[in-house]
Design a protein around this ligand. Structure first.
Ligand code: FES
Length: 257
């Protein structure tokens, strides 16, 4: 039986996740992270009082192991100081769960990294405003779009097979972008559709897209494309939460206007 690969603790946290959900309020900080291996997403919400994690919740689009590790890490972190929470390692989480199948260790990274990201964002918020480099120029273009042209950035799509099994992001720019996102689901299971809108205009395409395996990130914009030789990740701005986070992708479709 497949489930025997998982410890009783993993199964328990998967079936009865602790601290699942979100937190709201001005004193809440969010940390989001994408899994470079599978492309799944994890969000951590923390409320810090007197340097201690007073409340913590998580939301994930990840697998059972991601749910179990996130659940466990919220239990480990709650009540700890920020520094103590930062010292919780991926291995600590796996150990507390009486181990994870090796193939699933990347899922435990997701929870630990999202917690760190939330703490990093919290600390950033505490700092006085800095004149951080502007990453979107006046015309709203994405930084890195030209730099990565033909190295993972596509401004037109002719041959869908180049996206085979690639984690692909499509930036919303009307019906054609939606059609491409849908067509890409035949090439790869990891398609993320990014739109600045709160919801997509009702219609057949929207219905198909929301019913498909495409992950839609609403109220989001890509600020920057990063990587060494080719596209490796993008910096996303969550317009609703006013938070930034990174998502690992192999290719990104930004159609010409
Ligand atoms: Fe994606 Fe586990 S397979 S988080």
């Amino acid at each position: 039986m497949k489930s025997t690969q998982y410890s009783d603790k993993v199964l328990d946290h998967f079936r009865n996740p602790r601290n699942a959900g979100t937190l709201e309020g001005d004193d809440v900080t969010v940390g989001k992270i994408g899994n470079p291996v599978c492309g799944d997403l994890m969000e951590f919400y923390i409320k810090i009082k007197d340097d201690k994690i007073e409340d913590i919740k998580f939301k994930t689009f990840g697998c059972g192991s991601a749910i179990a590790t996130a659940s466990m890490i919220t239990e480990l972190a709650k009540g700890k100081t920020v520094d103590e929470a930062l010292r919780i390692t991926r291995q600590d989480v796996a150990d507390e769960l009486d181990g994870l199948p090796p193939i699933k260790m990347h899922c435990s990274n997701l929870a630990a990294d999202a917690l760190r990201e939330a703490i990093k964002n919290y600390r950033e918020k505490q700092k006085p405003e800095s004149d951080e480099a502007v990453r979107v120029d006046a015309t709203g273009r994405i930084t890195g779009k030209e730099e990565f042209a033909e190295r993972g950035v596509y401004t037109e799509v002719t041959d869908l097979s180049v996206f085979k099994d690639k984690r692909t992001m499509v930036i919303e720019s009307g019906d054609r972008s939606m059609e491409i996102a849908l067509q890409l689901t035949k090439q790869t299971p990891r398609v993320v559709f990014v739109t600045r809108k709160k919801e997509l205009a009702a219609g057949e395409l929207t219905e198909k897209l929301t019913a498909s395996s495409v992950k839609i990130l609403y109220e989001s914009e890509v600020l920057e494309i990063k990587g060494l030789k080719t596209v490796e990740k993008v910096l996303i701005h969550d317009l609703n939460e006013d938070e930034e986070y990174e998502l690992y992708v192999d290719s990104i479709v930004i159609l010409k206007d």
